[in-house]
Design a protein around this ligand. Structure first.
Ligand SMILES: [Zn+2]
Ligand SMILES: [Zn+2]
Length: 302
């Protein structure tokens, strides 16, 4: 009998799919809540969209609410509290892309309404208040459960639209998080796994899938090969290590919304469990979801 899925495993199943991430992103940034609007905005096929919305309702990320239009009852989909609590993930993704991914089309600007500045964010430790905290200031260890257990890819991968689509925004992140194996392999790298055989035995991932992802991560500059040859050793680059912020907010979200402790991140400085919070780089105050906004660049803007 299969063991109970871990919190991270459940979280990855729920969100680490490119379409799911895009649907969430549009709901957050453009307040989209209707079928036709996602379909038109993302150019999705109706069957794929219907399938994802159904999964997201089942996974308690979206809540269907009836509304009347032209005498007919239709359904719109509101973000649940569980989904709304993913907002730091969107902000961290934005911040990482801004630092690491060169692009021709501008990202949205983040304004901290509390101080009025256009800003960026820093990751801090809620236990002791220190910020910024980086991967090097933390230790990640595995808990009881195997976090990779339920990460069976169910969907075909899709290439997100290119940079000409200003709303794709986060192409590299979506490649890293957009399928469950990628995310799990990245998580394993944060746990200190370095060799092909270690990833494979820990994750039970097919060699072809693993070598494809490791090659792609190397191309993206997230991993680097340290000892090329028959038994290459991979290490996280600075760009890969900086992905820690995204990783940490996913782990935190997973542990708040799903059961089964699987990864523990400790902040070395205070010795307490690392609970991430985001702080405004301009004023140093914690960022609150209700006191920040993204300004979306007009389509075609440079
Ligand atoms: Zn701390
Ligand atoms: Zn501020």
């Amino acid at each position: 009998m299969a063991e109970r899925p871990s919190a991270i495993g459940q979280a990855l199943l729920a969100i680490c799919d490119q379409w799911t991430l895009l649907i969430l992103q549009r709901a957050f940034l453009l307040h989209i809540r209707r079928f036709a609007d996602w379909r038109d905005e993302l150019g999705m096929s109706e069957s794929v969209l219907a399938n994802r919305l159904k999964e997201m309702v089942a996974g308690d990320l979206l809540r269907p609410v009836p509304y009347r239009e032209q005498g007919r009852t239709r359904t719109e989909y509101l973000l649940t509290e569980r989904a709304i609590e993913l907002w730091p993930l969107l902000v961290e993704i934005w911040s990482w892309e801004r630092r690491w991914v060169p692009r021709r089309v501008g990202l949205p600007e983040l304004t901290h309404d509390a101080c009025g500045n256009r800003t960026d964010v820093e990751l801090g430790c809620e236990s002791c208040g220190q910020a910024p905290v980086t991967a090097r200031d933390t230790v990640t260890v595995r808990g009881e459960a195997t976090f990779a257990q339920v990460t069976v890819p169910r969907h075909h991968r899709r290439t997100v639209r290119g940079e000409r689509d200003p709303l794709s925004y986060f192409p590299e992140t979506f490649e890293l998080l957009g399928d469950r194996w990628s995310t799990v392999i990245l998580a394993a790298a944060f746990l200190g796994m370095r060799r092909f055989a270690d990833f494979q035995s820990e994750l039970g991932v097919a060699p072809s899938v693993l070598s494809h992802r490791l090659r792609r991560f190397t191309e993206l500059g997230v991993l680097a090969v340290e000892e090329p040859g028959a038994r290459p050793r991979y290490r996280l680059t600075d760009k890969g290590l900086d992905f820690f912020g995204i990783f940490a907010v996913i782990v935190d979200w997973a542990q708040r919304w799903y059961s089964g402790t699987d990864l523990e991140i400790t902040h070395r400085t205070c010795g307490k469990p690392f609970r991430p919070y985001l702080r405004c780089r301009s004023c140093g105050h914690p960022l609150r979801r209700t006191a920040m906004h993204f300004a979306i660049p007009p389509a075609g803007a440079q």
